[in-house]
Design a protein around this ligand. Sequence first.
Ligand SMILES: Nc1ncnc2c1ncn2[C@@H]1O[C@H](COP(=O)(O)OP(=O)(O)O)[C@@H](O)[C@H]1O
Ligand SMILES: [Mg+2]
Length: 224
Amino acid sequence: MRRAGLAFIRMRERIEKQIEQRTAMLSGVSHDLRTVLTRFRLQLAILGDDEEIKSLDQDVKDMQSMLEGYLAFTKGEAEEDFGSIDLNALVAKLEKDGKLLGKDVTSSVSGISQADVRPSAFTRLINNLFSNACRYGNKVKITVRSDAAWLVFTVEDDGPGIPEASREDVFRPFFRLDEARNQDEQGTGLGLSIAQDIARSHGGDITLSDSELGGLKAAVRVPA
Ligand SMILES: Nc1ncnc2c1ncn2[C@@H]1O[C@H](COP(=O)(O)OP(=O)(O)O)[C@@H](O)[C@H]1O
Ligand SMILES: [Mg+2]
């Protein structure tokens, strides 16, 4: 039994190491390509603004934003230390950002006001949900509740929502629901997978459902 246990632990360590190496590689490649692409765009800018050059420039821009997505994805894997964040401040910042975009944002925070999480990862997680809500809806509602065991952070909007059959798929990396809906070329379909990764690395998860506002309701649950 003991030998089997040890073998299992070693196997786990090998797998972890392999994932670490791949993550480091993805991050390295993204960094390197980002530098080259920046140079590329500078050179395109010098060439002028023909239609063809403009469309090349757009492609390069898209590649840049994909690389930003990969980098955020690999950062999510890195071990950040737990620390305390102020939930009221986080929500106030979101409200401000939403209002700058001309969105009607309401919020309520009850229960604990400090959360023990990985601060920048958790902020990225909430930001990803919130920016989706602002992209697809005009009204956005943020609710933060907590009890002794769980902190629940929900973001709702009045947009088109996500049909029940696709609610698992949207968490897959690079999955985007409806190409026609996504003409605005922002995003890479990584937002929700990064968000889910972060929630799970906290020992929690994200669930999607229908909002009373008419759109999507995304609820993040992490241990309080
Ligand atoms: N609040 C929302 N309302 C409607 N559809 C959404 C919402 N959030 C996400 N989606 C759908 O899920 C897809 C995946 O979202 P995400 O992973 O954040 O990628 P991205 O925002 O880069 O497209 C989006 O392309 C969109 O089709
Ligand atoms: Mg998104």
